[in-house]
Design a protein around this ligand. Structure first.
Ligand SMILES: *Cc1c(COP(=O)(O)O)cnc(C)c1O
Length: 478
């Protein structure tokens, strides 16, 4: 993309017609005239089967799958909440699904993108947003590149970032990709950042700031969060907030008010758009006023002449994604925010916390809970007290037999044999009770019939894989 992009809005159609879709320049009418003989295939072996068999085949395959439309999906740190169908209806409206970013009549879409930026600003307290990043980790990288550019512009060398050991795994990975080296801080007994260690690290003078996952991967809110941001700022650093799981904070508190300078959100978690399987996501970045010039270009801004796309900004870290980001995902999130309104969003936060604490209280009667605190959207059990050498993996496999998806396991690394559960606010009390019932039954089985756990799953289309053989002698193709 070049700097003439700013003309797109005025001359979109012209450009599309002249440059975007090239004229067909292949001579000849039949494939045989164009391709060499040795590249032509004789017969394509497509099976000749009746429609009914095809339908049955695909319906059968679909029943072998499990999704949030089938049942509870307690995958911690993933916020697998229900995705309301109205989001899908809106995103399929031809006015949205048939537009191209190079066409000229797209001001309505730009306005929509501008509006959601303002809404995310209200939700987080941030002054400016970019919607371009295509995932949470992509947003992290963008945020870190902004931090880097900020110090470069000031002529200051700061090449380290503090990342607590309770952070999401993408945090240190993104920091490394952005060219920082990482100072890992060990959490204290409450799962929080130790302030004395933080102060010591910042005193070295070469630390650009902190990346904090909050609530952290133990599902706990750091009660000293304002002290953390105060210490970082006192030493001239910047504070980055990983808000991928903003669920429990919605309408209750805001990263900006806690002192953060940059935040990323996962629209494909908190804001109810589908995810999993590596599909398209959206990880917008919000920043304070001082950092707005560093945002990726183009930016959408409101002027007296309407909503426009701004290209020219020397300080910007540059373009990081084609056009405006994953529009369909952003549109679903927009629909979700408008359907719920401010009151609805607040209730999401409250019920997410209530549901997680309800599950935690019932499950800790049997399962070990290493950080025994009020949790936010999720909590982490361990396999420490499981009888008969039953492991986290055994429990996770057995839960499949009860028709559920498994929790996140063996993460975070700071809990041995972690079982990380996030029910989300969209599960009813009935559904939570059923899940607890299955988990408690599994505990009884661990006591009285451990073999059934060790050989689970029994009811799924594929049984237990031999993890050792799979790692040592992987068969990478059929
Ligand atoms: C999911 C998640 C991420 C990464 O988001 P992706 O979209 O998967 O890249 C980062 N931080 C936290 C806390 C998360 O839960």
């Amino acid at each position: 993309m070049d700097n003439n992009d700013s003309l797109i809005l005025e001359k979109g159609v012209d450009r599309a017609q002249k440059n975007f879709i090239p004229k067909m320049d292949v001579k000849g009418e039949k494939l045989e005239d164009i391709l060499p003989k040795n590249l032509l295939r004789d017969v394509l072996p497509i099976p000749d089967v009746p429609e009914m068999e095809i339908v049955r085949h695909y319906v059968k395959l679909s029943t072998m799958n499990y999704g949030v439309d089938s049942g509870i999906y307690p995958l911690g740190s993933c916020t697998m909440k229900y995705n309301p169908k109205i989001n899908e209806i809106v995103v399929r409206l031809t006015e949205f699904s048939q537009i191209h970013p190079l066409q000229d009549e797209s001001e309505g879409s730009l306005e929509l993108l501008y509006n959601i930026s303002i809404m995310l600003g209200e939700i987080t307290g941030m002054d400016g947003f970019t919607l371009q990043p295509a995932a949470g980790a992509h947003g992290e990288l963008v945020g870190l590149l902004i931090i880097k550019k900020y110090f470069e512009t000031k002529g200051i060398i700061r090449d380290k970032i503090i990342v607590p050991d309770s952070a999401h795994g993408t945090n240190p990975a993104s920091a490394k990709m952005a060219g920082f080296s990482i100072i890992e801080l060990q959490s204290n007994e409450y799962g929080e950042v130790p302030l004395d260690h933080l102060e010591f690290a910042m005193q070295q003078g070469d630390v650009a700031g902190i990346m904090l996952t909050n609530p952290n991967t133990l599902g706990v809110f750091d009660r000293q969060i304002k002290d953390i941001t105060r210490i970082i700022h006192k030493h001239g650093g910047l504070c980055y907030y990983d808000g991928a799981n903003l669920n429990p904070m919605l309408g209750v508190c805001r990263p900006r008010d806690m002192g953060f300078d940059i935040v990323h959100l996962n629209l494909h978690k908190t804001f109810s758009t589908p995810h999993g399987g590596g599909g398209p996501g959206s990880g917008p970045i919000g920043v304070i006023n001082e950092l707005i010039p560093f945002l990726p270009k183009p930016c959408i801004i409101s002027t007296d002449g309407g909503i426009v796309c701004e290209q020219n900004n020397d300080k910007s870290i540059g373009r990081i994604k084609a056009f405006w980001g994953n529009f369909g995902i952003i549109l679903r999130a927009y629909t979700y925010i408008l359907s719920l309104g401010a009151e609805g969003l607040k209730r999401v936060g409250q019920i997410a916390v209530l549901n997680a604490n309800y599950l935690k209280c019932l499950l800790q009667k049997k399962y070990e809970l290493p950080y025994n605190r009020m949790c936010q959207h999720e909590f982490v059990l361990s396999d420490k007290n499981l009888p008969n050498d039953i492991t986290t993996e055994d429990v996770a496999k057995r839960i499949l037999d009860y028709g559920y998806y498994a929790p996140t396991i063996y993460f975070p690394l700071i809990v041995n044999g972690a079982i990380m559960i996030e029910p989300t606010e969209t599960e009813s009390k009935y559904s939570l009770d059923k899940f607890v019932e299955a988990m408690l039954k599994i505990y009884d089985e661990a006591l009285n019939n451990p073999e059934i756990l060790k050989t689970a799953p029994h009811n799924t289309s594929i049984g237990r894989l031999d993890a050792v053989i799979a790692a040592r002698k992987p068969i990478l193709h059929d």
